[in-house]
Write a protein that binds this ligand. Structure first.
Ligand code: THU
Length: 160
């Protein structure tokens, strides 16, 4: 018998100004698109901005539905859009921000499990890491150097 230990590492930036300039711009775009969230049920608005290696930025916000499970998270709206419009481009970075209409979210909000699984597919496919930056409405930003770092014991196509 043996244990398998996987460690995860995050880098903490205290403010947006501490981020590299391209990531600051990306996070500003995520903050802007967050306003387009359709979140009448949860009142929880999420924005995601994806930087591709062709220089394009693809955006997404969460889109809810009266049939709750039919809604979709911001990260998947963005990443599926990137895959559909620029199928040949590699995803370099994703910036994510979340804000509630009910209270001020000051803790970084990481992508949910389903979004991690969806992003994992693209990271595996392109064979290069995707940097993920996430924050709440205010406060610190957390950076994960890859999706794999956020999703240990990953389920991916080589297992099929
Ligand atoms: N949501 C996202 O957009 N991304 C996540 O990673 C977590 C949750 C959305 C889904 C739903 O519209 C609302 O936030 C509350 O769960």
């Amino acid at each position: 018998m043996k244990d398998i230990v996987i460690t995860s590492q995050l880098t903490v930036f205290e403010t947006i100004q501490e981020l590299p300039e391209d990531v600051q711009n990306l996070m500003e775009k995520a903050i802007e698109v967050r306003k387009s969230a359709y979140a009448p049920y949860s009142k929880f608005r999420v924005g995601a901005a994806i930087l591709l290696d062709n220089g394009e930025v693809v955006l997404g916000s969460n889109q809810e539905n009266a049939a709750y499970p039919s809604g979709l998270c911001a990260e998947r709206v963005a990443i599926f859009q990137a895959g559909a419009i620029y199928p040949e481009a590699k995803i370099l970075k994703i910036a994510i921000t979340a804000a509630s209409d009910n209270s001020c979210t000051d803790t970084p909000v990481p992508p949910c499990g389903s979004c991690r699984q969806s992003i994992a597919e693209y990271e595996t496919r392109q064979e290069t890491p995707i940097e993920i930056y996430f924050m709440g409405e205010i406060g610190a930003i957390h950076k994960s150097a890859s999706l794999r770092n956020l999703l240990p014991f990953i389920f991916e196509k080589k297992l099929l």
